[in-house]
Design a protein around this ligand. Structure first.
Ligand code: NAD
Length: 397
């Protein structure tokens, strides 16, 4: 069938298998062009099919030679519907990993459930015996607590005051004002229940109790801080409260892993275009301004460059380069440089619907967005028929 982008709000409901293959292949080639690192042997990536989790899986495999198990929640193609991008990405990743001689298997299902945790433990026991690194990279709007059956929905709200700022619809270029009302305690609690550390804790509990964490095992989860101008909606908003909970969880896990001489880390990553960040108001305008400035300065990075630096310069080295006073890895260091942030503020004050194309990298944002779904790659003929049914080698449908 012919596969074209189908935009609904801030997501695209179609994905192109050949484009997704290309996107994964480019990331693999980037890692192959970098110096390898002596990394973990056996890696579990939770949230492995898109964004930072996929980049972590690629970097661990092609940079550190790791065997990987990836867990995610994606859809295969059905009838006239294409598979989701993460499905095609994983099909591509497994194919490339196996061609290069690396073990790679995947589990598709709700990572928040006890069942998927158990399936993962069984697969580890059967194939890898023990895991040296657990990457926790889930981003989800919803979570059902496996113990109580209660479903929580996260919200992107401020915490104490109404916040009014500019935002852009990156696909139309329409700049307008957005008003975000403060959430109440229930909004905060729900967001913490979804995007805080509770499920990370449950994963590590389950893996440790099952005896499948190796001596010296490391776990890492991801966070974002960003500039002061997005503090009300991000760092100090409901999502920021969830991230505070994640930092506390990292401290608990570090204690809990002491008998194994293990580590629990948080890496604070740069703002990039992913399916999750596209959903946050104000952030797409910030990202398009930031990208223009960082590309001009030569310090722009995507997920894969970030994950390479996280492993090579910070986790698998005796001399970590980017650790802040809280012990967090800061691969957002270029984004947060004072000169870059000052330039963002200068542009932010002037930007409007008439000058946005000159002041911000909207076309770069759009390209990244379409490429998340396998569109807008050169050398792919989007007017030619393509079979949407692509198998992930390790998954039986
Ligand atoms: P993403 O949307 O690209 O990826 C989310 C992953 O989670 C996918 O693999 C998806 O399949 C999986 N997933 C979602 N719900 C699931 C479920 N119920 N069961 C199993 N898998 C499920 O997200 P991302 O932007 O890469 O975010 C990952 C982490 O990185 C988050 O903690 C996020 O806060 C952090 N981060 C993101 C940015 C950014 O700009 N995007 C910046 C810094 C940090």
């Amino acid at each position: 069938m012919l596969i074209k982008p189908k935009i609904r709000g801030f997501i695209c409901t179609a994905a192109h298998p050949q484009g997704c293959f290309k996107a994964v292949e480019e990331q693999v080639n980037y890692i192959k062009s970098q110096k390898p690192f002596i990394g973990p042997k056996n890696v579990l990536v939770i949230g492995a099919s898109t964004g930072y989790g996929l980049a972590s899986r690629i970097a661990a495999t092609f940079g550190g030679g790791a065997n990987t198990i990836g867990v995610f929640f994606e859809k295969p193609a059905a009838g006239k519907r294409t598979a989701s991008a993460g499905w095609y990405n994983t099909a591509a990743f497994e194919t490339l990993a196996q061609q290069a001689g690396y073990y790679a298997k995947s589990i598709n299902g709700d990572a928040f459930s006890d069942d998927i945790k158990q399936q993962t433990i069984e697969l580890i026991r059967q194939d890898l015996k023990q895991i040296d690194l657990v990457v926790y990279s889930l981003a989800s709007p919803r979570r059902t607590d496996p113990k109580t059956g209660e479903t929580y929905t996260s919200v992107l709200k401020t915490v104490d005051q109404t916040y009014v700022n500019k935002t852009v619809d990156p696909l139309t270029g329409d700049v307008k004002e957005v008003t975000i009302e403060p959430g109440d305690q229930a909004d905060i609690d729900n967001t913490v229940a979804v995007m805080g550390g509770a499920d990370w804790q449950l994963w590590i509990d389950a893996l440790q109790q099952a005896g499948v964490l190796a001596e010296g095992a490391t776990t890492v989860a991801y966070s974002y801080i960003g500039p002061e101008l997005t503090y009300p909606v991000y760092k100090n908003g409901t999502i920021g409260k969830a991230k505070d909970h994640l930092y506390e969880t990292a401290k608990n896990l570090a204690q809990q892993l002491q008998p194994l001489k293990g580590r629990a880390l948080v890496s604070i990553n740069k703002a990039v275009v992913t399916q999750s960040s596209a959903a946050i108001p104000v952030v797409p305008l910030y990202i398009s301004i930031l990208f223009k400035i960082m590309k001009t300065q030569g310090s722009h990075e995507g997920c894969i460059e970030q994950m390479y630096r996280m492993f090579h310069d910070n986790i698998y080295t005796d001399k970590p380069k980017n650790i802040d006073p809280d012990g967090h890895i800061r691969v957002d260091n270029y984004e947060m440089q004072a000169d870059i942030q000052q330039k963002v503020i200068d542009v932010w004050q002037q930007v409007n619907a008439n000058n946005i194309d000159a002041l911000a990298d909207l076309s770069g944002y759009r390209q990244d967005f379409y490429r998340l779904f396998g569109f807008d790659f050169p050398n792919i003929n989007y007017d030619s028929d393509v079979d949407p049914n692509v198998a992930i080698p390790s998954i039986k449908e």
